[in-house]
Design a protein around this ligand. Structure first.
Ligand code: THU
Length: 133
């Protein structure tokens, strides 16, 4: 039993719900709020391609819709065999609700393969503090 097992299980379930008929690249993501709750998301594509939504975005939207504004841990799970990192836009989305030291778990078929920090993926970032928030 690892500390991230609950996140991994939810990410697997979420990846199973991915709506990715165009890329056929299902992704599941989970964020843990400061309230201790887990919020999961999957990618949701659209026939109008640019409207597609990443799994991380879906998870963050679910968290905010639940009234939580602080992410303390995140996990992303790509298709089997693929270890992926959040895209550039999602790094910035995470930044809005997390600090530089946010642990982001990168998971593959055998579980969490690697954990990186947000600042490693998005150094010298622009964030709410620059707007006095
Ligand atoms: N995708 C995510 O959901 N999260 C990522 O971190 C990378 C990419 C999705 C977007 C699109 O639906 C598919 O993966 C292929 O890019």
């Amino acid at each position: 039993m690892n500390a991230t097992d609950d996140m991994l299980a939810l990410a697997q379930a979420m990846r199973g719900r991915a709506y990715a008929p165009y890329s056929k690249f299902p992704v599941g993501a989970v964020v843990r709020g400061a309230n201790g709750k887990l919020y999961g998301g999957c990618n949701i594509e659209n026939a109008a391609y640019p409207l597609g939504n990443c799994a991380e975005a879906t998870a963050i939207f679910a968290m905010v819709a639940d009234g939580e504004h602080k992410i303390v841990e995140a996990l992303v799970l790509g298709p089997d065999g693929e270890l992926i990192t959040p895209c550039g836009s999602c790094r910035q989305r995470l930044r809005e609700f997390a600090s530089d030291d946010l642990p982001i778990h990168l998971a593959g078929p055998s579980g969490v393969n690697r954990t990186v920090t947000l600042v490693a993926l998005l150094p010298l970032s622009f964030g709410p503090g620059h707007l006095g928030k």
